[in-house]
Design a protein around this ligand. Structure first.
Ligand SMILES: Cc1cc2nc3c(=O)[nH]c(=O)nc-3n(C[C@H](O)[C@H](O)[C@H](O)COP(=O)(O)OP(=O)(O)OC[C@H]3O[C@@H](n4cnc5c(N)ncnc54)[C@H](O)[C@@H]3O)c2cc1C
Ligand code: FES
Length: 346
């Protein structure tokens, strides 16, 4: 059995027990102590914290996320650092109660019940869990890659009311351990899978006065599908615009599903966009189409998800259209080899 240390989060009164091989973030979320985080793989920096007392092991923390100077100042990434002694840490991000429900991180087991090819190099994976998972629309889970210590992040596409059946949209990454090596190669119906969740702070849970623009690139549609269904059922937004960007027609999926929602909800608008094929719908880069549809985005909010380059372009475009930065929420499907060596959870 590995050693355990006690970690105190500055401003909170409880000490969390953390195994020496467990990340500080993992232990905190399991104890239902919320800490800011996004990617849980060392790439975004959202989970930075200051170590006020004690020593950590930075493990595979990349230098581009935490510089040598930052380490010397006592900073660490909560999702990567493990304790080497009892600690007191202070998160740099906002930990104040923002009214978002928090669901503790847990391990789950489930069975693959759907594994369909739905678009070019894209699969829908549905896992029937043995026990229900509570989560917020927009959050993700980590699938544990069999016979490997690593895990990969995939966003839930189903609404949070469906706690036993998790739907994922997965894009093939050539040479990728989880996709090329497992989900697109050997995974079968009936296979048992291990996962953990929920994770992430990308969500839409509270009623808001602003209309929302949702922009998804490729399988970046997944968390937006969850958000759309949740927002429509709960009547959370006065008007909702969903843009889904792909290169060619074969990249689009769930078109009929969203068209049907559009017919049933007059304040929901769905616009698929193709960048490399002329067709009856919108053509061009998805962000350019949004910009041409909205001369001003003042007083609106946005939820962006997909490859980092698309998300960055969308943020710039929306700011140019005068959207307030605090109303722009983003989830990046960053891919990094570092994910294969993220700290194991016990
Ligand atoms: C918060 C979040 C949510 C996500 N949600 C989704 C989702 O809903 N749907 C989705 O499709 N994806 C999603 N992703 C991306 C997903 O988690 C994986 O990163 C993606 O599926 C690739 O995983 P992989 O194991 O197949 O590839 P990896 O094995 O991680 O490889 C990635 C790339 O790195 C290369 N590579 C691997 N090892 C090395 C090495 N040692 N040196 C150099 N290059 C190397 C590979 O060839 C490949 O090109 C999400 C990511 C994040 C961060
Ligand atoms: S770097 Fe830790 S959550 Fe992204």
């Amino acid at each position: 059995m590995s050693d355990q240390y006690l970690v105190r989060i500055e401003g909170k009164n409880t000490d969390i027990a953390v195994e020496e091989t467990q990340s500080i973030l993992d232990a905190a979320l399991r104890a239902n102590e919320w800490l800011p985080h996004s990617c849980t793989q060392g790439t975004c920096g959202t989970c930075k914290l200051k170590v006020l007392r004690g020593e950590v092991d930075h493990r595979q923390t990349p230098e581009y996320t935490l510089t040598v100077e930052e380490r010397a100042e006592g900073l660490a990434l909560g999702c990567m650092a493990t304790p080497r002694s009892d600690l007191t840490v202070e998160p740099l991000g906002n930990v104040s109660d923002d009214g978002v429900p928090r669901h503790p991180l847990r391990d789950y087991e489930g069975t693959v019940v759907v594994l369909d090819d739905i678009a070019a190099n894209t699969r829908r994976l549905v896992i029937e869990l043995d026990t229900p998972m509570q989560f917020n629309a927009g959050q993700y889970a980590e699938l544990i890659v069999p016979e490997h210590a690593g895990a990969r992040q995939y966003s839930m596409a189903n609404p949070p009311t469906e706690t036993r059946r998790l739907e994922f949209h997965i894009k093939l990454t050539a040479g990728g351990l989880s996709t090329d090596g497992w989900i697109f190669r050997s995974m079968t119906l009936g296979e048992r899978v291990s996962l953990r969740g929920p994770l992430g702070q990308f969500n839409l849970v509270a009623k808001q006065d602003e209309p929302a623009i949702l922009i998804g690139g490729g399988t970046g549609l997944a968390p937006l599908k969850s958000i759309v269904q949740h927002a429509l059922v709960e009547d959370l937004v006065p008007e909702l615009f969903l843009y889904h960007g792909g290169r060619r027609r074969e990249d689009l999926y769930d078109v009929e599903f969203f068209r049907d929602l559009e017919h049933r909800h007059p304040h929901f608008h769905y616009r698929p966009v193709l960048s490399e094929e002329q067709w009856e719908g919108a053509t061009g880069l998805v962000t350019d189409v949004v910009v041409s549809d909205f001369p001003s985005c003042k007083g609106m909010s946005a939820f962006l998800c997909g490859p980092p380059a698309m998300v960055d372009a969308a943020v710039k475009a929306l700011k140019r259209r005068r959207m307030a930065p605090r109303l722009i929420f983003r989830e990046e499907f960053a891919i990094t080899p570092a994910t294969s060596t993220a700290p194991a959870v016990l």
